[in-house]
Design a protein around this ligand. Structure first.
Ligand code: CP
Length: 352
């Protein structure tokens, strides 16, 4: 599970339905993963994703191993991703991985003896947050079609935004308002997905103007850790802040989502507004991940040893944050799109 694009819309809907059944009757599932082990390999900090995965596995009756600081593992002695994953996938039935390098879970899946779940790879994708967001929207809005969703803040580095937009373009009638500064605008490869799906979208830097028309507002944090300098971050922070005054402009049935952590982009006073759904969203995340773990472990006998693809081009990916920059043994695999080569790990485009 590297990207939700691997699933059909029906499979995504089945996961949402299963999450709903688990939420209604969690006790019925408490032995479902007895005897199974999940490894959580977090090369980057996390509160919600790591702990909701762990909670999900414990509530399904399984066990958890793993690390949340690679400095305390043999990664600090120079062990490659390939070797770490080869070893850990021999211990566990399922690996959940977060890594600051884009495409790392896709790279790990080449060498893993068990299924890999992408728990966030740099500024690229975060599919299980998207599953969480879908479960939240389905329960809080009652539908996933014909929603106008405003995305506000760091649309450049916000992997949760990239993943959710890509998936929402598959639901009928989705439309988007992209609210950011020009410096933190959505990457081209996500705009291309919206264009290809024929979704309507507008781009603005005025939250107040966008608010009245929205069914959902998806706020995001400015991702300080992804900026190349502190000065660049300082120029972007604090530009978009949702407060009670601005919320007066919004529909009464608006739902406000945020993947969290929040820094200062939503005032604390908004927390008590009935439209604020971001803390409920963290609870839906446990049911979403229980449904995903259960489905993967139920459907998957241990995969056959994978055939490692051969390099398709001599080029190296030009994205400095791509996993291929540090793990030199990885085959250089691209797909062609017009005059661009798209990296199979991080989706970045390189001009041919
Ligand atoms: N939403 C999310 O990914 O939060 P964490 O970074 O705390 O896991």
């Amino acid at each position: 599970m590297i990207d939700l694009d691997q699933l059909s819309l029906d499979e995504i809907k089945e996961l949402i339905t299963l999450a709903g059944s688990i939420r209604k009757n969690p006790w019925a599932y408490r032995e479902s993963c007895r005897g199974k082990i999940m490894a959580t390999l977090f090369y980057e900090p996390s509160t919600r994703t790591k702990m909701s995965f762990q909670t999900a596995m414990y509530r399904l009756g399984g066990e958890v191993i793993g690390f949340d600081n690679p400095d305390n593992t043999s990664v600090s002695k120079g062990e490659s991703l390939k070797d770490t994953i080869t070893v850990v996938s021999g211990y566990a039935d399922l690996v959940v991985m977060r890594n600051p390098l884009e495409g790392a879970p896709a790279a790990a899946s080449l060498y893993s003896k068990c299924p890999i779940i992408n728990a966030g790879d740099g500024g690229h994708l975060h599919p299980t947050q998207t599953l969480t967001d879908l479960v939240t929207l389905y329960n809080e809005k009652g539908r996933l079609d014909h929603l106008k969703i405003g995305f506000c803040g760091d649309l450049k580095y916000g992997r949760t935004v990239h993943s959710l937009i890509r998936t929402m373009t598959r639901f009928p009638g989705s439309s988007f308002v992209l609210i950011s500064t020009p410096e933190l605008a959505l990457p081209k490869y996500v705009l291309d997905v919206m264009d290809a799906a024929g979704c309507s979208y507008t781009i603005t830097d005025r939250l107040e103007e966008a608010l009245p028309e929205l069914d959902v507002l998806y706020m995001t944090r400015i991702q300080q850790e992804r900026f190349s300098s502190r000065e660049e971050y300082e120029r972007q922070k604090g530009i978009f802040v949702l407060d009670s005054e601005k919320l007066q402009l919004a529909k009464p049935e608006l739902k406000i989502l945020h993947p969290l952590p929040r820094v200062e982009e939503i005032s604390v006073e908004v927390d008590s507004d009935p439209r604020a759904s971001y803390f409920d969203q963290t609870v839906y995340g446990v049911y979403a991940r229980m449904a995903l773990i259960l489905t993967i472990l139920k459907s998957q006998s241990r995969p056959e040893k994978r055939k490692i693809p051969r390099s398709t081009h001599p080029h190296r990916c030009s994205n400095p944050k791509c996993i291929t920059q540090t793990e030199a043994y990885l085959p250089r695999v691209f797909r062609e799109a017009g005059d661009m080569l798209l990296c199979a790990y991080c989706d970045s485009g390189t001009l041919i």
